[in-house]
Design a protein around this ligand. Structure first.
Ligand code: HEC
Ligand code: HEC
Ligand code: HEC
Ligand code: HEC
Ligand code: HEC
Length: 219
C-alpha cells in the first residue's frame, strides 16, 4: 500500500475518515495492544515525549518518509509535523499516558521541543534531498536513510549509530567512493586528460558535482 498517497488523500476531509480506517485496518494486528506497563518499559531518553522508532518504523512498519516528509524535498528532514501524529493518534492508543502528552501539545498548539541528535555546524552545507535522490553506479536507487543513520527502526531512543557521524572525514570517506570523485580531485591538481574528463561525467552526460571541493561543503 502506498501510505504516502493515502496521507495526501486524507487531506481531503471527506475521504479522511475512510483513509484513517484503512490505516487503522493495516495496523490492526498490533494496534491497541500496548498496556501502560509495557509503555513504562520503553526507554524515553531525554525527549519530551517517549517516542519509539522501534514501535513505529519497526513493529508497525510505518515508512520513514511517511513522517519525515521534508527529507526528500528540502535541505533538512526536520521533525514531523504534528498533524501527521494526530492523523493516527486521534484514534490510536489514546489512553496511553505518553499519547495524552502528545494530544496536550496539539490542543495547546505548542510545538513539541524535540531534542536534536544529529547535527553539523552551520558553516557546513548538507542537503538531504541531494543524497536521497542521488542516482549513480554505487547508489542506483539513492541513499537509504540507514546508510548514514544506521538501523533507526530498531531503536527506541534515536542515537548516533556511527561515532564519526558528521565529521569531515566521515563525509569525505563516502564521497571518495563515488565514481569520478577521485579523478576529478586529481584533475584539479595536474590538469585533466581525456579519461578523467570522461569520469567527471555521469553516464547521462551531465557533470557530477565536485564531491571533494572545499566549496561544495563549506559556505
Ligand atoms: C500511521 C499511524 C501512526 C502515526 C502517524 C503515529 N503513530 Fe504513534 N503509534 C502508532 C501505533 C500503532 C502505536 C502502538 C500503539 C499500541 O501498541 O498500543 C503508537 C504508539 C505511540 C506512542 C506510545 C509508544 C511509543 O512509541 O513510545 C507514542 C508516545 C506515540 N505513538 C507518539 C507518536 C508521535 C509523537 C507521532 C508523530 C511524530 C506518532 N506517534 C505518529 C501509530 C502511529
Ligand atoms: C511515526 C513517525 C516517524 C517515523 C515513521 C519515523 N520517524 Fe524518525 N523521528 C520522528 C520523531 C517524532 C523524531 C523526533 C524524536 C526523536 O528523536 O525520537 C524523529 C527523529 C529522527 C531522527 C533524529 C533526528 C535528530 O534529532 O537528529 C532520525 C535520524 C530519524 N528520525 C530517522 C528516521 C528513519 C531513518 C526512519 C525510518 C526507518 C524514521 N525516522 C521513521 C518520527 C518518525
Ligand atoms: C548521506 C547521509 C544521510 C542520509 C542518506 C540521510 N541523512 Fe539524515 N542527516 C544526515 C546529516 C549529516 C544530518 C545533520 C544535518 C544538519 O545538522 O544540518 C542529518 C539529520 C537528520 C535529521 C535531523 C533534522 C535535520 O534535518 O537536521 C533527521 C530527522 C534525519 N536526518 C532524517 C533522515 C531520514 C528520514 C532519511 C532518509 C529519508 C535521512 N535522514 C537520510 C545525514 C544523512
Ligand atoms: C554514504 C555516502 C555519503 C555520505 C556519508 C555523505 N555524502 Fe554527500 N553525497 C553523496 C552522494 C552519493 C552525492 C551525490 C553525488 C551525485 O549526484 O553524483 C553527494 C552529494 C553531496 C553534495 C553535492 C550536492 C550537489 O549536487 O550540489 C554535497 C554538498 C554533499 N554531498 C555534502 C555532504 C556532507 C557535508 C556530508 C557529511 C556531513 C556528506 N555529504 C556525507 C554521498 C554521501
Ligand atoms: C564532503 C564535505 C566536506 C568537504 C569536501 C570539505 N569539508 Fe571541511 N568540514 C566538513 C564538515 C562536515 C565539517 C565539520 C566537522 C565537525 O563538526 O567536526 C568540516 C570542518 C572543517 C574545518 C574545521 C572548522 C572548525 O572550526 O572546526 C575546516 C578548517 C575545514 N572543514 C576546511 C576544509 C577545507 C580547507 C576543505 C577543502 C580542502 C574542506 N574543508 C572540504 C565537510 C567538508
Amino acid at each position: 500500500m502506498n501510505i504516502d498517497k493515502l496521507y495526501l488523500r486524507s487531506l481531503g476531509a471527506a475521504v479522511g475518515l475512510a483513509v484513517m480506517l484503512a490505516v487503522f485496518g493495516f495496523l490492526s494486528p498490533v494496534y491497541a495492544q500496548m498496556t501502560e506497563e509495557q509503555l513504562a518499559k520503553i526507554p524515553g531518553g531525554d525527549q519530551p515525549i517517549k517516542f519509539s522508532h522501534k514501535v513505529h518504523a519497526g513493529d508497525n512498519e510505518i515508512p520513514c518518509q511517511y513522517c519525515h516528509i521534508y527529507a526528500r524535498r528540502s535541505q533538512v528532514s526536520g521533525a514531523p509535523p504534528m498533524q501527521i501524529c494526530m492523523g493516527c493518534h486521534k484514534l490510536i492508543a489514546t489512553n496511553l499516558s505518553e499519547v495524552k502528552k502528545l494530544a496536550k501539545f496539539w490542543e495547546d498548539k505548542k510545538p513539541i521541543p524535540w531534542v536534536k541528535i544529529h547535527d553539523v555546524p552551520d558553516f557546513v552545507r548538507f542537503i538531504h534531498q541531494k543524497h536521497i535522490n542521488a542516482r549513480n553506479e554505487v547508489y542506483p536507487k539513492g541513499l537509504a536513510c540507514q546508510t548514514c543513520h544506521g538501523p533507526i527502526q530498531e531503536m527506541h531512543v534515536v542515537k548516533k549509530f556511527n561515532p564519526s557521524f558528521g565529521d569531515m572525514g566521515w563525509c569525505l570517506e563516502c564521497h571518495l567512493t563515488i565514481p569520478g570523485a577521485l579523478e576529478r580531485k586529481r584533475a584539479m591538481a595536474v590538469g585533466p586528460d581525456s579519461k578523467t574528463l570522461k569520469n567527471m561525467l555521469r553516464p547521462s552526460g551531465e557533470y557530477r558535482p565536485n564531491l571533494t571541493d572545499c566549496m561544495t561543503c563549506h559556505k
